[in-house]
Every structure is written in structure tokens, then in C-alpha cells.
Write a new protein. Structure first.
Length: 134
């Protein structure tokens, strides 16, 4: 979703919006490597989504984020391992990193970074798929 709405987001984001996102990032104390409290995860990604003015998208995010949090809680060890692996490779992207791209007005960099930010879920899904094949 974040990748798909990036064009609209970058076309409409204002300096005031960037300040607000910065406040969310500052409030969002990282609990561990790249783990944020659920409320901050929701605030950050929902703020970016609100530029679509799409109520259904907002409601979907309200359902989606708690599900993701539940999955991360259930498989905490695996996600911590993935985060450490990405961090060691210099490929771990935080909300602060995403904000830097927004501040720079670098949509292409943002899109690549947001894809990398969600890489942990791709790794997880690949691992689960391999487990079901065995």
C-alpha cells in the first residue's frame, strides 16, 4: 500500500505534514532493533495513507496493523533474527530513514526504502512457505 500511494503522498505532502511525521518518528521510541509499539506503527503508516482520503484504506489499516503485530508476537524469535540479519547487512530501514527520504523529496529512494522496510515480512513468508513444502 505504501508503495502504491507514494506518488499521491509526495505530490501532496507539505512542510507541516513532514513536521507531523517527524513528531511521530520522535515519539516512536524503538523498542528493539526495528520494533515499534503498535500505536506508533499505526500512526506512522496511517499518516502516510491519509493522503489518499480513502476511508476503506484507513479501516483496512486499522485491522491490518494489529494482525501484523500479532504475527510478530507469535514469531518474535524469527523476526528478531531477521532484523539482526538485515541490520548486519546494512539493509534495515527505520521510520527515521523513511522520514529522511520524505524530507529530501526523494520519492524513488522512498519507494526502495519502504520496500526494504517491509522486507522482514517477505523473509518470513518465504520461510513459512519452505516449512510447508517440507
Amino acid at each position: 500500500l505504501d508503495v502504491r500511494i507514494s506518488a499521491l503522498f509526495f505530490a501532496t505532502v507539505t512542510c507541516e505534514d513532514i513536521k507531523e511525521i517527524g513528531t511521530i518518528v520522535q515519539v516512536g521510541r524503538v523498542l528493539d532493533i526495528n520494533a515499534y509499539p503498535l500505536v506508533v506503527q499505526c500512526m506512522f503508516h496511517s499518516y502516510v495513507s491519509h493522503f489518499t482520503l480513502n476511508k476503506i484504506l484507513a479501516e483496512f489499516r486499522g485491522i491490518f496493523h494489529p494482525m501484523i503485530n500479532y504475527i510478530k508476537d507469535m514469531f518474535r524469535g524469527a523476526f528478531e533474527s531477521f532484523d539482526k540479519q538485515l541490520e548486519q547487512q546494512g539493509r534495515l530501514i527505520s521510520h527515521s530513514d523513511l522520514l529522511d527520504y520524505v524530507k529530501a523529496g526523494d520519492r524513488e529512494g522512498y519507494v526502495k526504502a519502504i520496500e526494504q522496510h517491509f522486507m522482514i515480512y517477505n523473509i518470513f513468508l518465504k520461510m513459512k512457505k519452505q516449512e510447508t513444502v517440507k
